[in-house]
Design a protein around this ligand. Structure first.
Ligand code: MN
Length: 197
């Protein structure tokens, strides 16, 4: 059985950038629904007992497995999103992440610009990502709906959810305000460092 990941902080810890109201719907309703759906979908199939990663990998790009992929990938994406944020996060990273950002983007400001532009520019529901490619170069990419960067050979370091349920209660149509606030105040650079390895 898959379980809903406990938040790594209190549900009011990201306020005022992300309010407890948004967290309660986003984590307690949207994220939980993906978990409930996947548990129902795997029942009695070859996927019962498999890991989330194994299900995502095995079902990616297969039209007849879309419900399994969508729910498994959305659980994976949301687990990764909650870990990509932290209270009093943001700011400028240090150490190897800072070195990789400077080497790949030229400067932290250029990274921020690309992260905001690409993430805000995702048409419809989806995700903005900081990723490392196979050569270790960092890039900013976006994915639609439940799509994940791993299927394109990219290693995710951080993500920002831009499904409307992630920000609409707090920001309504102002997606850019939400994305810029997350970049400036909530990104968890310790998590990015751990993922960079
Ligand atoms: Mn979401």
């Amino acid at each position: 059985m898959f379980t809903l990941m406990a938040l790594p902080y209190a549900n009011d810890a990201l306020a005022p950038i992300i309010t407890p109201n948004t967290i309660s719907f986003h984590h307690g309703k949207h994220h939980k629904t993906y978990v409930d759906n996947l548990n129902n979908l795997v029942k009695g199939t070859e996927f019962e007992g498999q890991s989330l990663e194994a299900i995502v990998t095995a079902t990616a790009g297969k039209a007849d497995k879309a419900p399994l992929f969508n729910n498994a990938a959305q659980i994976w994406n949301h687990d990764f999103y909650w870990n990509s944020l932290k209270p009093n996060g943001g700011g400028v990273p240090a150490g190897k992440v800072a070195d990789a950002i400077n080497a790949s983007f030229g400067s932290f400001d250029e990274f921020k610009k690309q992260m905001a532009t690409t993430t805000v520019g995702q048409f419809g529901s989806g995700w903005g990502w900081l990723v490392a490619d196979a050569a270790g170069k960092l890039k900013v990419v976006k994915t639609g709906n439940a799509e994940v960067p791993m299927t394109q050979g990219l290693k995710p370091l951080l993500t920002i959810d831009v499904w409307e349920h992630a920000y609409y209660l707090d920001y309504q149509n102002k997606r850019a305000d939400y994305v810029n606030a997350v970049i400036d105040k909530l990104l968890n650079w310790d998590f990015a460092a751990k993922n960079l390895g």
